[in-house]
Design a protein around this ligand. Structure first.
Ligand code: F7E
Length: 321
């Protein structure tokens, strides 16, 4: 049988690395697209021991001629689009750049697929941030979108772009709407990774306090390696569709900090609020319903947030210097 080929744009991110590992296990040829800057961070691929098992190619997703060339050369069967400016916080400082990249890249990819090979299955990384100002919980696939940041606006536009290409041109386009998901490979600018990494430093006397922004809000956090299993399953379906990928539970950020502090015997007083880390707008509370993903994809997810935090803390301690 012909070997299946998957392209992952954004392979250098947390999800890209775990997804590449899964696809390699399933005998896919995996091609990772990077921006090709000298500072491409390949640490995740090295950490998982797969750097030499994937083929890396440079591609500027804002240049459709490069996208077309890559599709023609590599003839992928599956395309996972994980490339994005993915920081909500940064998007408030760089709204236009965020919007341009996160939307135009998706148009370019889908237009190129329409031109080169309509049978390529396409996965889009959509985000729970699209729901923003929430009226009814839990969020379902039918909830109304009300984005609260330039990042969320860009992801909503990209999401509708995907639906448009699926409905108008019959492309096999699916969106995984992922809620916050964490792992050892998460960049340390994100909340959970930052809390765990800096708490370990406090416990070793390397820093004095943990400075954070608004921690009296609630989020639905999950374990990234399990979430990439859902991404994989989404493109295994005969028919394309959109799925919420979430834990279904919610927890306040303050509770997360105190849980980690207690595990490391750190006084709660060493958590300090820094007004500079507040964002102009914030989702107060959000959690989703993952029933469709579980029923239709057969996705198994049974970790609660404390089990997830235990896993993350353990791996961080094992790798701490
Ligand atoms: C679903 C969504 O998930 C991620 O976006 P995010 O939710 O912005 O992730 P985060 O870990 O930066 O923030 C989580 C929460 O934590 C609050 N918070 C408080 N104090 C600090 C703080 O000191 N640092 C950070 N980073 N956050 C803080 C912050 O205000 C926010 O409410 C991305 O994957 C994104 O691509 C995506 O799609």
């Amino acid at each position: 049988m012909k070997q299946k080929t998957a392209i992952i744009s954004g392979i250098t991110g947390q999800d890209g690395a775990y997804l590449a590992q899964l696809l390699l296990r399933d005998n896919f040829k995996v091609i990772g697209l990077t921006r090709g800057y000298h500072n491409d961070n390949l640490n995740g691929l090295f950490y998982l021991g797969i750097k030499d098992k994937v083929t890396l190619m440079t591609c500027d997703l804002l240049d459709i001629s490069q996208v077309i060339k890559i599709l023609q050369q590599t003839k992928p069967t599956h395309f996972y689009n994980l490339a994005a400016q993915s920081s909500v916080s940064l998007s408030f400082q760089q709204p236009i750049g965020t919007f341009q990249f996160n939307t135009l890249s998706v148009f370019n990819l889908l237009e190129a697929i329409k031109m080169v090979d309509k049978s390529i299955r396409f996965y889009q990384a959509s985000s729970s941030e699209m729901y923003g100002k929430v009226n009814n919980l839990p969020i379902t696939e039918n909830s109304v979108l009300h984005p609260l940041s330039p990042y969320a606006i860009s992801k909503a536009a990209a999401h509708f772009t995907c639906i448009h290409y699926r409905e108008s041109y019959q492309l096999h386009v699916s969106c995984g709407v992922l809620f916050n998901h964490e792992s050892y490979l998460r960049q340390n600018t994100f909340f959970v990774k930052k809390v765990i990494q800096e708490s370990i430093k406090i416990s070793k006397g390397l820093i004095d306090v943990l400075k954070v922004g608004n921690i009296d809000i609630k989020r639905d956090f999950g374990y990234a390696p399990k979430y990439t299993e859902a991404m994989y399953l989404i493109l295994q379906q005969e028919y394309p569709s959109d799925y919420l990928i979430c834990s279904g539970q919610t927890i306040s950020l303050r509770e997360i900090i105190y849980y980690i502090f207690d595990k490391l015997n750190i006084s709660h007083e060493l958590c300090q609020i820094d007004d500079n880390l507040y964002r102009p707008a914030e989702i107060e509370n959000i959690y989703g319903n993952n029933a469709k993903a579980k029923q239709e994809l057969g996705w198994v997810y049974d970790l609660d947030i404390y089990q997830t935090l235990d896993l993350l803390l353990k791996e961080e301690l094992e790798n701490a210097i």
